[in-house]
Design a protein around this ligand. Structure first.
Ligand SMILES: Nc1ncnc2c1ncn2[C@@H]1O[C@H](COP(=O)(O)OP(=O)(O)OP(=O)(O)O)[C@@H](O)[C@H]1O
Length: 233
């Protein structure tokens, strides 16, 4: 069985005449350790899809099965438990806690896990050892995003969901963050889904999915994967 199975997922917003269908029967599956890019124009439903897979929003129909568990059939409490135990989220704007240092920001999330990764090792892998006592406002965007990735990773999640993780970063810093995600995928074996506007980023993935108007118009295996640091756009 695939690690992630999405079967005929539907989602709409609004009532009556104002109702719009945003995800229109999407089906796909990912294997454990896949690195998938989810592309598509603005408004095509990428974030909505990611939020459904991450249990942040319910869907109206269909099924999402993660590691054998149908999350669409869980109670609110159980969905919360799924997010806590299995998931890491990374967003465009880092969502760090301003009054906590880098180290403390990550430590807070470590407490959510029964089996967190060793903090010092993680800080070193993230390239944040020397920054560990700094507060978010004292760091660059790239360093803040490294910290946000650390927060997501310290739980050792099976699934890492990233929504435009380099959307606020310059070119060189974006490459460095993507390289870090590549390393994380390889070293920790977590399955990664990255939502992006940027077609070039898809070249580092082994799976490429493209949404258009709520429908999956591409769902392919990328045989010519390139390392993040050699991406160009
Ligand atoms: N909570 C909501 N209530 C009503 N409509 C929503 C809501 N969330 C999203 N939508 C609508 O659903 C559609 C898809 O939005 P979504 O954010 O998933 O697209 P996206 O592909 O991620 O876009 P972008 O690349 O601009 O972030 C859009 O038309 C959006 O306006």
């Amino acid at each position: 069985m695939a690690f992630l199975e999405v079967a005929d997922v539907r989602k709409g917003y609004g009532e009556g005449d104002a109702h719009i269908e945003v995800i229109k029967g999407v089906s796909t599956s990912l294997e454990k350790g896949d690195f998938a890019s989810l592309l598509g124009p603005s408004g095509s439903g990428k974030s909505t899809f990611l939020n459904i897979v991450g249990g942040l929003e319910p869907c109206d129909g269909g099924r999402v099965v993660v590691d054998g568990v149908d999350i669409t059939g869980l109670s609110d409490r159980e969905v919360g438990e799924y997010r806590r135990a299995e998931l890491g989220f990374v967003f465009q704007f880092y969502n760090l806690i301003p009054d906590l240092t880098v180290c403390e920001n990550i430590e807070v999330c470590a407490h959510l896990s029964e089996d967190p990764l060793p903090l010092d090792d993680l800080l070193r892998s993230l390239g944040l050892w020397d920054q560990r006592r700094k507060f978010p406002r004292q760091m660059s965007g790239g360093q803040q995003q490294r910290c946000a990735i650390g927060r997501a990773l310290v739980k050792n999640p099976k699934l890492l969901l990233c929504d435009e993780p380099t959307g606020a970063l310059d070119y060189q810093t974006s490459l460095e963050i993507l390289a870090l995600m590549e390393e994380v995928n390889r070293e920790y074996g977590c399955t990664v889904v990255v939502v992006t506007h940027n077609d070039a980023i898809a070249r580092m993935s082994n799976r490429i999915m493209r949404l258009h108007d709520g429908m999956l118009v591409e769902d392919s295996v990328n045989e010519e994967r390139v390392p993040a640091l050699s991406l160009e756009w």
